[in-house]
Design a protein around this ligand. Structure first.
Ligand code: CDP
Length: 207
């Protein structure tokens, strides 16, 4: 089982998908679960500041991963807020652990895969990049979806999200002590994927 963690727009999702394809493993983007809860809450008009309402939004969590609204700005903001609630995290725990423990192996990406969801993962990658590099990627991603944004605002949002993700008391974003660090600041997508594969192969050879 491969755990891929890291901050927003670090390239962890792209790397996790590429590893899954390479090894023929199923992949779970765990950020989508938090986004699905956020979208549920948003559609009901629930209050993200209310943990109980956020927890109710975890019930019957069916969602379409292709739903564009999952990646919209309001939903991203709500996802970031509700992911700090212990009750929301534990409501989503079993689903992630069942996926991680399936017999043939799996790739999961998120914030706490190597630390909380699957501390016994065979290989752990912690994918990061400088905030400016991540802001540039997010700008490109937004313009690809026909949305405009200001660099300074996107960068400020990345800083704010990093701060929230790494200072929350439950399952904060942090590199597991046995995770391999991959900094993608200066790498193209192809280079980052190649480096991730190299790290996984190296770790597997040592094991
Ligand atoms: O790429 P970005 O960080 O914008 O989004 P994501 O990975 O789809 O995650 C959405 C939100 O869920 C983020 O604000 C994360 O803080 C949170 N999240 C989390 O708390 N734990 C995870 N395992 C995955 C995501």
């Amino acid at each position: 089982m491969i755990a891929v963690d890291g901050p927003a727009a670090s390239g962890k999702g792209t790397i996790a998908r590429a590893l899954a394809r390479h090894y023929g493993l199923p992949h779970m983007d765990t950020g989508l679960l938090y986004r699905a809860v956020a979208l549920n809450l948003w559609r009901w008009g629930g209050d993200p500041r209310n943990e109980f309402e956020a927890l109710r939004a975890c019930d019957d969590l069916g969602f379409d991963p292709g739903d564009e609204e999952l990646r919209s700005e309001p939903v991203s903001r709500i996802a970031s807020a509700i992911s700090a609630y212990p009750s929301v995290r534990s409501a989503l725990l079993e689903r992630q652990q069942d996926f991680a423990r399936q017999p043939g192996g799996a790739v999961l990406d998120g914030r706490d895969i190597g630390t909380v969801i699957a501390p016994d993962a065979g290989v752990k990658l912690f994918v990061t990049a400088a905030p400016e590099a991540r802001a540039r990627r997010r700008m490109k991603e937004l313009s690809g979806r026909g949305m405009s944004a200001h660099f300074e605002e996107v960068l400020a949002d990345i800083h704010a999200r990093d701060e929230r993700d790494s200072t929350r008391p439950v399952a904060p974003l942090k590199q597991a002590s046995d995770a391999l660090l991959l900094d993608t600041s200066e790498l193209t997508v192809e280079q980052a994927v190649a480096e991730a594969l190299r790290l996984v192969e190296e770790a597997a050879a040592k094991a």
